[in-house]
Design a protein around this ligand. Structure first.
Ligand code: IPE
Ligand code: IPE
Ligand code: MG
Length: 269
């Protein structure tokens, strides 16, 4: 009885999409969707049960971000390190990915969402690769939220590949080392056509980055949620965004500089 009352009160204070103010919304949200295994374990089930239930949280989150007109949503779905998990778990994750891509093409189309992928896409099984390519092509003309799936993604691997490509360009005299700047490095990452991450969310109570977008989160605001990924709901997303909107992003400057009319004074002056 007391529990039910507490839940009712909680529901009343829970925020919905309508509570999010338009100004100052993050342009790019990235999410480390963690905790599927523990969610299943709590229920006495196998880890794959958690992954199966995580799919619904993905669908809802993608739809909610589209409704909130978030320009870019990037989801960490499978890391380079996740290949080291038991074979059955990896196979289940790949199977779920193919099934979701097939099923959710309609959702992506209805919500004007454009699909994109980052990571060692060529290392994915053929059927995943094929399905992914197909949905990316079919949604390429959409102009709403860009949904990027990080698959077989590792930030160090991404940086290593970029360094190798740049070295070979230098060796072939296509570029001079003197000309290598942050823009050029950025252009050689999987994320070259995405803006920097504004808000990074991780579920499951873990406070680490796990090799995700190391370069791209240089100035992201970090937000951690205790809920396991299958329990991640609209109010969690809304609370993360509202929390972000209340933060002051200083990018190395002082508060006073941000308050002053001229925010463009170089630090050296
Ligand atoms: C996240 O949940 C999904 C993937 C990494 C693919 P986990 O499978 O890592 O779940 P926990 O962290 O073990 O609970
Ligand atoms: C990060 O979660 C990868 C994904 C969410 C896809 P992990 O569960 O693999 O990370 P660690 O092992 O806890 O750092
Ligand atoms: Mg995990």
């Amino acid at each position: 009885m007391a529990g039910n009352h507490a839940e009712t009160v909680l529901n009343e204070v829970r925020k919905t999409l309508a509570d999010v103010q338009e100004s100052g919304r993050p342009k790019h949200i990235a999410i480390i969707m963690d905790g599927n295994g523990r969610w299943a374990k709590q229920r006495g089930k196998l880890r794959v049960f958690g992954h199966e239930n995580g799919v619904e949280a993905v669908r809802k989150t993608v739809e909610n971000c589209a409704r909130l007109k978030i320009d870019y949503l990037t989801l960490y779905a499978f890391s380079t390190e996740n290949w080291n998990r038991p074979k059955l778990e990896v196979e289940t994750l790949m199977r779920l990915l193919v099934a979701s891509l097939r099923r959710e093409l309609k959702t992506l189309t209805e919500n004007n969402i454009k699909l994109n992928a980052i990571g060692r896409i060529d290392s994915l099984p053929d059927r995943v690769h094929k399905e992914l390519k197909e949905v990316i092509e079919k949604t390429s003309s959409h102009t709403g939220t860009t949904l990027t799936l990080a698959l077989s993604y590792g930030s160090r691997e991404e940086l290593k590949t970029a360094v190798k490509t740049l070295c070979s360009k230098v060796k072939n005299n296509l570029i001079s080392p003197d000309h290598i700047d942050e823009t050029i490095i950025n252009n050689h990452l999987y994320t070259h056509d995405l803006p920097d991450v504004d808000l990074l969310i991780r579920t499951s109570g873990e406070h680490r980055i796990s090799n995700f977008l190391l370069w791209q989160i240089a100035y992201a605001e970090l937000y951690f949620v205790d809920a396991f990924w299958p329990d991640f709901q609209e109010h969690h997303l809304v609370e993360a965004i509202m929390n972000y909107q209340n933060r002051e992003r200083r990018f190395g400057k002082t508060s006073e500089q941000l308050d002053s009319a001229d925010r463009t004074i170089p630090l050296s002056e």
